[in-house]
Design a protein around this ligand. Structure first.
Ligand code: ARG
Length: 718
């Protein structure tokens, strides 16, 4: 029946119907893609989505902080984003006495909003700079090409943004270096914290529920962007005024149904949908498992200290959350890649490509070359993971690795007392910041265990010469030598010793630096890498770039009919994805509904639990069924979250989910476990985006937070 219907549709329409896969560049939707959006329900004109001259949805979408998306929801610069995107700013604004992270916060009026270190970026325009970039690169390959492209990128971005700190220009590579676009942003630096629900709501379910559906997390927080009086980007100033945006999103409280059109605008960070079978194998064999076990270890030591002391919790919370987020991601990614045999799927695609490429000199050896390239790098892949996730996973070692730059300056020929003085002032400031975030207890255990795991896991011939002999010498027979060694490092480094540090800062010498035991650890492992494996990694990455560029070029040549409906991999540039509200079947005989409700949330409630506790007021409101005007008619309950078939990835966090008319219906905040292989392969049946329902957001603001004035600022569509 289904099939019949499908062929009928095809017969009467020239339109191709796509799966919901695709992260489209809003400026370049193309006729076919736009027509498909309309067919699936979109009620807006192309220029309402993206326009150079007129206000459009793109003007309400921002880069929030370093790696998230946010949206403007009022004519006074009000921003909605995820709780996990505001997390660091919320923790920073909190203290044990005013614990906004734990208790929530709502600024009673604009004067009570709290300044942050955050910036937000508005996209001003996009330009195709392919000709310039490809001309600059010419026929070069490898390192020469990397250098030529970097030089041209610098020229282009300097022309546009120069030294203007309120402009940001980025040249983004599309289709693995076959196309280049320039993105120009306005950078706003006065961003204030307006409000958040308590963490028990904003991160309800914690890491247990992270990357999973069903899901009951109220993952939102609220900020405001300020501008100078004349509406220009500005640094923080009391004189600044709430920014008047070109466009802001109206908010729909009408609710959603299964099958409704849903569109997401935002900044997906990275995908690699044309990853090779060799890349998949390296990931599942070495990269992911190594990262996961090292993070597992670090998280365990951090959590133990966080649970003991609220001050430590505030200190480590944000760092902990980001380590935990991708710990679970990479673990799940491997499991799904293996479960769906993505390796086998890729091999099939590669075999088809190689068959097509036979006799075409540009293309026929691509996969043989890939194989050689991976074989050359693979023996060192573990070292790289252990360095980044283990040795430098110790915050102390990561911090003292910054002293390598200090040493370099001390050794420079233009050594002059003034310059050195300035350098040491900066170094002293950096030390202060390190100490503010440092928890020695967990860090010392991390270092001991990271060293032990390195020595057991990385081939002995790759160990820094003599290093582990020294460690063993530090231990007595009946004690763990790694623990004893780490204890000595923590005891003797000047990183923790004000007197030693001050003496060094007053009279810095290369010798004094190199005699520091923490510095010696960082230096040994980094030197070993830089001298022996970094050049191999650079050659590996550059060869992959060359091969990838040719592979994509070949794919387009092989499938000319598909070129207009191909989308480039995510690269943290603005994309739009469209699909629908949709339930799914995670496994045989199990069907997942498309919404979660307060009833389901209460069923997970565990009083006093680290991840599943709830505020007393929340429980009271629930018991009184005090839903205000936000109840869902069909469920006779508050809908907390819903899922859609949209194609998104990390970086999209905080992205607006829009209905057919461009009204806000939710905020995207996660992907589902069954599709954690999505960076390398989109699964049209299982891929879902998890969104917090905007009606729940408003309920939390008004009923739980008592901040009706925020709701009053919005333009509600009823
Ligand atoms: N998985 C979410 C994302 O990457 C972040 C969730 C943060 N919550 C957490 N429990 N770590 O968008």
């Amino acid at each position: 029946m289904k099939k019949l219907l499908l062929s009928f549709t095809l017969a009467v329409s020239v339109l191709q119907s796509f799966a919901d896969e695709g992260m489209w560049i809003p400026m370049l939707l193309g006729k076919q893609v736009y027509a498909d959006m309309v067919k699936k329900g979109l009620k807006l004109k192309p220029e309402q989505l993206y326009s150079v001259n007129k206000a459009s949805i793109k003007d309400a979408i921002i880069i929030f902080g370093g790696g998230c998306t946010g949206e403007i929801v009022s004519n006074q610069g009000l921003i909605f984003t995820n709780h996990h995107c505001g997390y660091d700013a919320i923790a920073t604004a909190s203290s044990v006495e005013n614990n906004y992270l734990r208790d929530g916060f709502w600024a009673a009026d604009k004067a009570k909003e709290i300044p942050t270190q955050l910036t937000v970026k508005f996209l001003d325009r996009i330009e195709d700079v392919t000709d310039r970039m490809l001309k600059a690169a010419g026929n070069t390959t490898g390192e020469a090409r990397t250098k030529a492209l970097a030089a041209e990128t610098k020229k282009i971005t300097d022309e546009v943004a120069g030294t203007n700190e309120f402009k940001n220009a980025v040249v983004a590579s599309m289709f693995k270096g076959n196309q280049y676009f320039l993105y120009v942003y306005d950078v706003f630096k006065d961003v204030r914290f307006v409000g958040t629900p308590p963490e028990s709501i904003g991160k309800f379910g914690g890491d247990t529920d992270n990357w999973e559906w069903p899901r009951h997390t109220g993952d939102f927080s609220v900020f405001r962007v300020y501008s100078s009086k004349d509406g220009k980007p500005a640094a923080y100033s009391k004189e600044n005024v709430p920014y008047k945006p070109k466009h802001f999103l109206p908010v729909s409280v009408k609710g959603i149904k299964d099958g409704d059109f849903a569109m997401i605008f935002g900044y997906p960070g990275g995908t690699n949908r044309y990853e090779t079978s060799f890349g998949v194998k390296l990931k599942t064999d070495i990269e992911n498992p190594t990262l996961v076990k090292l993070r597992d270890m670090r998280l365990k030591y951090m959590l133990a200290e966080m649970q003991k002391d609220p001050a430590v919790k505030l200190k480590l919370a944000s760092n902990y959350a980001s380590i935990a987020n991708y710990w679970k991601f990479f673990d799940g990614e491997s499991k799904q890649l293996i479960k769906y045999d993505v390796f086998g799927q890729k091999q099939k695609q590669e075999a088809a490509f190689t068959a097509w490429a036979k006799g075409k000199p540009d293309y026929e050896n691509i996969f043989a070359d890939y194989e050689k390239n991976y074989a050359a790098w693979r023996p060192y892949a573990k070292y790289r993971q252990h360095l980044n996730e283990g040795i430098l996973g110790s915050p102390l070692v990561r911090y003292v690795s910054s002293w390598r730059a200090v040493r370099q300056r001390l050794m420079a020929k233009d050594f002059n007392p003034e310059a050195i003085k300035k350098l040491m002032e900066q170094a002293t400031e950096a030390r202060k910041q390190f100490l503010a975030d440092e928890n020695k207890k967990s860090d010392q255990q991390i270092l001991a265990q990271a060293l032990s795991m390195f020595s057991a896991d990385v081939p002995a011939e790759q160990h820094p010469a003599g290093f582990f002999a020294k460690v063993l010498a530090a231990g007595s027979i009946d004690e763990n030598p790694f623990k004893q060694f780490a204890a000595q490092v923590f005891e003797n480094t000047m990183a923790f010793d004000d007197a030693k540090w001050n003496a060094f800062a007053a009279k810095p010498t290369v010798d004094a630096l190199q005699n520091d035991p923490a510095f010696a650890v960082a230096d040994a492992f980094i030197n070993q890498y830089n001298n022996n494996y970094a050049p191999k990694f650079a050659a590996f990455a550059e060869k992959n770039n060359d091969l990838g560029r040719m592979y994509l070029k070949g794919i387009m040549e092989m499938n000319p009919e598909k070129v207009n409906t191909m989308y480039p991999d995510a690269n943290f540039t603005m994309r739009t994805s469209y699909g629908k509200v949709q339930s799914y079947q995670p496994k045989d005989a199990v069907k997942y509904d498309f919404v979660c409700t307060l009833d389901g949330l209460m069923a997970k409630y565990v009083p006093g639990d680290y991840e599943f506790d709830l505020p007393a007021k929340f429980v009271e409101l629930y018991k009184a069924k005090d839903f205000g005007s936000y109840a869902d008619a069909a469920k006779n309950d508050i809908v907390v979250s819903f899922i859609t078939s949209n194609d998104i990835t990390g970086g999209n966090s905080g992205s607006p989910v829009l209905n057919a008319k461009g009204e806000l219906i939710g905020l995207a905040f996660d992907g589902n476990y069954e599709a954690l292989s999505h960076k390398l392969a989109f699964d049209k049946d299982l891929n879902r985006t998890i969104n917090v329902d905007v009606r729940y957001v408003l309920w939390c603001i008004e009923k739980l937070g008592g901040a009706k004035h925020i709701v009053d600022e919005l333009q509600l569509a009823k």
